[in-house]
Write a protein that binds this ligand. Structure first.
Ligand SMILES: Nc1nc2c(ncn2[C@@H]2O[C@H](COP(=O)(O)OP(=O)(O)OP(=O)(O)O)[C@@H](O)[C@H]2O)c(=O)[nH]1
Ligand SMILES: [Mg+2]
Length: 407
C-alpha cells in the first residue's frame, strides 16, 4: 500500500513539474513586462484523482497555484467586455427614418458580387464554349455546369440542344458572338413574358395585401422590411403585420424595419394566433387608408402539415377582408434543388403568385430561378442580393444574365 502511494506521489510530482513548465511559460507571455520574473514552477497537477490517492496531498497544491495563474487571465478579461457590449448598446438606438436608394439598376450590383463569388455558371459556360473543339466531352461539361448551378435536368437539356444547333450554324466562333448567343438563350430560358411586377396597387379602395411565406430563415422578414422601404420611398403608406408569433423577437425584428422606414407594425402577443394578427393588420390598414399591407409569417418547414394548415388558415382569414394581391414565396438560392420541393408544397397550400430568391450574393447556383419558374409557372419577381437594406432588386432576366456572364 505504501509502495503504491509512493509511486503515485512520484508520478504526481513528475507530471506537476512538466505542466508547471507549460503553465509557467504561458504565464510569462501574459504578464506585463513590469511583473516580477519569479514564477511558481510546480503547478497544475492532473485534475483526476486516482484510486488510492490521499485526497489531501495532491489537491492542496493546485488550489494555490491556480489562483496565481488566474491573475493574468483576469487582467486580460477586463479588456473583452468592451467589444461584447457594443452590439447590445447599439440595438435599442432610436430609429432614424432612412431614405432608400432607387431600385433601378440594383441588379448591376449583383454583377460585382457574382464576380467576387467566382461565378461558375456564366464564366464556366463561356470558357467551355470557347474551346477550339466542341466535342461530346465538352458538351457534357457544359451540361454538368448547368446542372451544378441547379438549372434542372429538362431545361439543361433543352438549352444544350439549342446551343449545339446554333453553334453549328455559326461556324467560326468569336468570343463576342458566343457571349451574345449564350445571353440570348439564357434570357429565353428565364422567360421574357412573365409579369414580374409585385402587385402592390390595389384595384379596390382597400389596401393591397401582400403575404410573405417560406421555410425558416430564408429571408422573409428581411424581404418584408426591404420591400416596405421601397414602397415608402415611392410615397406609399405601409402597414406591417407581424404574423410570426412563434418568437417575440420576430415581431421586434419586423418592427425595427418598420421604424426605420416609417411604417407601422401591427403585432400581437407571443404565441398568439397568427391568423388573427394578419386579420387585424389588414383591418388597421383599411382603417388608416394605407396603400399596402405587408404580412410577414413565421418560417415553417413544408413537411410539417400542421404548420402548413395554419398558413392556409392565415390566408383564408385575411381573405375575409378581400382577396390577397400577392403571395410571395421566399426561397434561399443557396439551398438549391430543395427549394423546388418547398415551392411545390407552398404553392399547393397558399397559391403562390411570385417568388423572391434571396441570398443570390452567396451562391453561383442562380439556376434555381429557371427550375422554380418552370415547375410552378410562377415568376421570380424579386431577388435578394445581400443583408443590406437596399439589397433587394426587381428581377429582370436581361440584367440577371448579364450579371451571370460578367463583363
Ligand atoms: N447574404 C444575404 N443574406 C440575406 C439575404 N436575405 C436575408 N438574409 C439574411 O438571412 C438571415 C435570415 O433572414 P430573416 O429575414 O430573418 O429570415 P426569415 O425567413 O424571416 O426567418 P424566420 O422568420 O426565422 O423563418 C438574416 O441574417 C438576413 O440578414 C440576402 O439576400 N443575402
Ligand atoms: Mg422572419
Amino acid at each position: 500500500m505504501e509502495l503504491v502511494i509512493l509511486v503515485v506521489v512520484i508520478a504526481l510530482v513528475a507530471v506537476g513539474a512538466i505542466s508547471g513548465l507549460v503553465v509557467g511559460s504561458r504565464k510569462k507571455k501574459k504578464l506585463p513586462p513590469s511583473a516580477p520574473s519569479s514564477t511558481p514552477t510546480i503547478t497544475a497537477p492532473p485534475a483526476e484523482p486516482h484510486v488510492g490517492d490521499e485526497a489531501e496531498t495532491p489537491r492542496d497544491e493546485p488550489r494555490r497555484t491556480i489562483e496565481e495563474v488566474g491573475l493574468p487571465d483576469a487582467a486580460e478579461a477586463t479588456g473583452t467586455p468592451v467589444a461584447v457590449e457594443d452590439p447590445v448598446v447599439a440595438e435599442p438606438a432610436p430609429p432614424v427614418i432612412e431614405i432608400p436608394e432607387p431600385t433601378a439598376g440594383r441588379l448591376v450590383r449583383l454583377r460585382a458580387r457574382l464576380a467576387r463569388s467566382q461565378n461558375s455558371l456564366g464564366k464556366g459556360l463561356l470558357t467551355l464554349l470557347s474551346r477550339e473543339h466542341l466535342d461530346e466531352e465538352t458538351w457534357e461539361e457544359i451540361e454538368d455546369t448547368l446542372l451544378t448551378a441547379d438549372v434542372g435536368v429538362t431545361p439543361t437539356q433543352e438549352l444544350v440542344e439549342r446551343l449545339r444547333e446554333r453553334v453549328r450554324v455559326l461556324g467560326t466562333r468569336t468570343p463576342e458572338e458566343l457571349r451574345a448567343l449564350l445571353r440570348e438563350e439564357l434570357v429565353t430560358l428565364l422567360g421574357t413574358d412573365f409579369d414580374r411586377a409585385v402587385r402592390t396597387e390595389s384595384t379596390t379602395d382597400t389596401p393591397a395585401v401582400v403575404m410573405v411565406v417560406g421555410v425558416n430563415g430564408t429571408g422573409k422578414t428581411t424581404t418584408t422590411g426591404k420591400l416596405a422601404r421601397v414602397l415608402v420611398a415611392d410615397g406609399r403608406s405601409v402597414v406591417l403585420g407581424a404574423a410570426d408569433t412563434f418568437r417575440a423577437a420576430a415581431a421586434d425584428q419586423l418592427q425595427t424595419w418598420g421604424e426605420r422606414v416609417g411604417a407601422r407594425t401591427v403585432r400581437g402577443p407571443e404565441g398568439g394566433d397568427p391568423a388573427s394578427i394578419a386579420f387585424d393588420a389588414v383591418k388597421e390598414g383599411i382603417a388608416e387608408s394605407a396603400d399596402v399591407v405587408l404580412i410577414d409569417t413565421a418560417g415553417r418547414l413544408h413537411t410539417k402539415t400542421g404548420l402548413m394548415d395554419e398558413l392556409g388558415k392565415v390566408k383564408r382569414v385575411v381573405e375575409k377582408h378581400g382577396p390577397l394581391d400577392e403571395v410571395l414565396l421566399v426561397l434561399d438560392a443557396t439551398t438549391g434543388q430543395n427549394g423546388l420541393v418547398q415551392a411545390r408544397v407552398f404553392a399547393e397550400v397558399v397559391d403562390i403568385t411570385g417568388i423572391v430568391l434571396t441570398k443570390l450574393d452567396g451562391t453561383a447556383k442562380g439556376g434555381i430561378v429557371v427550375a422554380v419558374q418552370r415547375e410552378l409557372g410562377v415568376p421570380v419577381k424579386l431577388v435578394g442580393l445581400g443583408e443590406g437594406a437596399d439589397d433587394l432588386a426587381p428581377f429582370e432576366p436581361g440584367a440577371f444574365v448579364d450579371a451571370l456572364l460578367g463583363e
